[in-house]
Design a protein around this ligand. Structure first.
Ligand SMILES: Nc1ncnc2c1ncn2[C@@H]1O[C@H](COP(=O)(O)OP(=O)(O)OP(=O)(O)O)[C@@H](O)[C@H]1O
Length: 637
């Protein structure tokens, strides 16, 4: 009889997301942590939200997503107020420039006619000064409002990511689990759409209204002749747009790259959510995310500033060109320029082209951003099932006495129970092997002990639901069958469970020796500083498994769970590992989930999990089981 092949990993759906980018150097090290910690002072969201539970992922969204983003926007009120103050200055300059410009033709004609020879007419200086002040104020207004919108989104992203990490494993797992790519897209691209929408709204409410009111008072009849002259300025504008457009393209490329890095990072870390959780890595990941998010903020801010500059530069070109053309036509024709026509043109330009265009654009942007906003908040609205009670205990140390008492568990209502009245007592320092058919529920038992779901299990006479989650997971080191590694160096991966993010090289090397990984690590060109590639892609399955074991040993928890931790090792490596592990296991409580004989025989006791029921079997019954408990190839290699 054969012990069946291992099932696909429970997180298989999650892990099979297509890769995005190879992470660049800034993603390689965990060295960002120290810097991130400093930045964290400025990054902590100032707002907290009342949690809301959605009946299901597909339930209809609340009607006013803007109201949910309001606390984030309110946190940026200073920047917004400054932006709106600049808007008031810009509109004021424009309203003063219109009558001054209305007098300009007369002033210009007088100047060209020789009445003020050798001097720039005062009216020209006034208009130029007002136009420059308007352009500068409008530029600063837009830059500030972009900064506010982007900072809102930066905070929103951090909040969403923090909430995603706090989600139950069930949110990521199983058939209903949310895909990593979807989450990454919401937090990156769609958040960007939200920034566009917010900016449009901020830039429209006050500035456009002000401009419309101010210009309404200045309105005069339109001069068609002047409009035709104005059209001749268009080629100049095209040259300006082409040049600045090329610069914008380059800046945008950088901004896109930083956004792609963010997406790559998310696609890297979210498939490893199990490892993050069991290593209490949430805080570390929040800091790493913060670093990349801040880089994206900078590049995007450059892009938006350039986008703000372009219309101002184009408008300046337009007005300067217009003045030159008017002056030229007056000089050539020798006639007095129609002042009313010039005034009408500027008024029409101000009243109809700019604010109305802005209103239309703002509406479109908002409509584009609204679903994105909703989808981001959808990630954050939940109450985790697995959470600390207010009175949860912090245990400094545990002996490792584990009791499963009549535990029944099913993944979803209507599904058969994976554990059906399971009773198991593992005494401190004992090694117990769980065997059974593939899909029998062995990994589920380990997950229940780690409280990744909501079980009733007892550790050191405490119901694990009464123990702080972070504390519980510190006392249990878990090596999953998927050998999850992060992009980073070997040393960083082994020391991942360090709560402070430090790397103790002595402990790293010791853990690697026990895991029989020291030999191959030392043969790598950069030894412990070797980069493992995305998700450890530069290492073999067996090497990855040994690093995962070293990570668990580094954690030095009282309880060690090895879930098919040696399935990819060759016989020699497994024997060497067995020798070093045996000493380590003497003062630890160890739960071995395995199909391989060598590992199973390391246990003091063997229990069989089949059809949700657990029963103890003797080693002799196991060995003479004729394959009932394991495959003949493994039992008789
Ligand atoms: N997140 C999930 N949602 C729904 N069902 C799940 C989930 N994870 C596992 N299962 C199901 O629960 C059962 C037990 O899975 P588990 O991974 O515990 O088995 P196992 O004994 O460890 O298998 P193997 O030896 O192949 O690793 C399987 O039938 C599996 O399909």
């Amino acid at each position: 009889m054969a012990m069946a092949m291992a099932n696909p990993a429970p997180l298989a759906t999650f892990c099979s997301q297509p890769r995005t980018l190879t992470p660049c150097n800034s993603l390689r090290g965990f060295g960002v942590i120290a810097h991130s910690r400093a930045l964290a002072l400025t990054a902590t969201p100032v707002c907290s939200f009342r949690l809301r539970v959605r009946a299901s992922k597909g339930s209809s969204p609340p009607p006013y997503p803007l109201s949910e983003v309001f606390p984030y926007v309110a946190a940026e009120w200073r920047t917004i107020a400054k932006g709106w103050a600049c808007a008031a200055v810009a509109v004021y300059c424009l309203s003063r420039a219109v009558p001054a410009a209305g007098r300009l033709p007369r002033v210009l004609a007088a100047g060209v006619g020789g009445s003020a020879e050798g001097q720039i007419p005062r009216g020209v200086v006034t208009v130029a000064a007002l136009a420059s002040a308007h352009a500068a104020a409008a530029y600063v207004q837009q830059a500030l409002l972009w900064e506010a919108a982007l900072r809102v989104v930066w905070r929103l992203r951090e909040h969403a990511f923090e909430r995603v990490l706090a989600r139950d494993l069930a949110f990521f797992d199983g058939r209903e689990g949310m895909a990593a790519g979807d989450i990454a897209h919401r937090i990156t691209d769609e958040a960007d759409d939200v920034a566009d929408a917010l900016y449009s709204v901020l830039n429209t409410i006050v500035p456009t209204s002000l401009q419309l009111i101010a210009m309404g008072t200045q309105m005069v009849a339109i001069n068609l002749q002047l409009s035709l002259v104005a059209a001749m300025v268009i080629p100049c504008m095209c040259i300006v747009i082409a040049n600045l457009g090329e610069r914008l393209r380059q800046i945008s490329k950088k901004a896109h790259l930083s956004l792609a890095m963010l997406a790559a990072y998310l696609n890297d870390v979210l498939p490893s959510i199990l490892t993050v959780k069991v290593n209490n890595g949430e805080h570390k990941e929040i800091l790493r995310f913060h670093e990349l998010g801040f880089g994206e903020l900078k590049n995007n801010l450059d892009k938006k500033n350039m986008k703000a500059l372009i219309p101002q530069a184009v408008r300046t070109t337009y007005i300067v060109g217009l003045v030159v053309l008017c002056a030229g036509s007056i000089a050539v024709s020798g006639t007095t320029f129609d002042a009313e026509g010039f005034l009408s043109f500027l008024t029409a330009l101000a009243l109809f082209v700019e604010p109305i265009q802005d209103l239309g654009k703002a509406y479109n942007e908002y409509k584009q951003g609204e679903p994105a906003l909703e989808r981001i908040f959808d990630l954050t609205r939940f109450i985790p099932q697995v959470r600390d009670k207010p009175s949860a205990l912090h245990l400094k140390s545990v002996m490792g006495d584990i009791k499963f008492q009549d535990v029944t568990f099913r993944y979803a209502a209507g599904m058969p129970p994976v554990a059906d009245g399971v009773n198991l007592h593992i005494r401190p320092g004992e090694t117990v092997a769980i065997v059974g058919p593939s899909g029998g529920g062995k990994t589920t038992i380990a997950k229940l002990l780690l409280r990744l779901y909501h079980p009733q299990t007892v550790l050191d006479n405490h119901d694990i639901q009464d123990i702080q989650l972070q504390c519980l997971r510190t006392h249990i080191a878990f090596v999953s069958q998927d050998a999850m590694l992060f992009s980073g160096t070997i040393a960083e991966n082994i020391a991942y469970g360090d709560p402070m993010g430090d790397i103790n090289m002595r402990k790293v090397e010791n853990a690697a020796k026990i895991a029989n990984a020291d030999e191959f690590i030392k043969m790598l060109p950069e030894g412990y500083d070797s980069y493992v590639g995305q998700r450890g892609s530069s290492l073999s399955g067996g090497q990855k498994q040994r690093l995962s074991i070293a990570r668990a040993i580094y954690q030095n928890s009282s309880i060690l769970i090895l879930d098919e931790a040696t399935s990819a090792l060759d016989n020699r490596s497994e024997l060497l590992l067995k020798e070093t592990l045996t000493t380590f296991m003497t003062n630890h409580t160890v739960l071995i989930i395995a199909h391989r004989l060598e590992m199973i025989l390391m246990a003091d006791r063997i229990v069989l999990l089949e059809g949700g029921k657990l029963q103890e079997i003797t080693k002799s019954a196991f060995l003479s089981g004729d394959g009932h408990f394991g495959s003949p190839e493994v039992l008789n290699p």
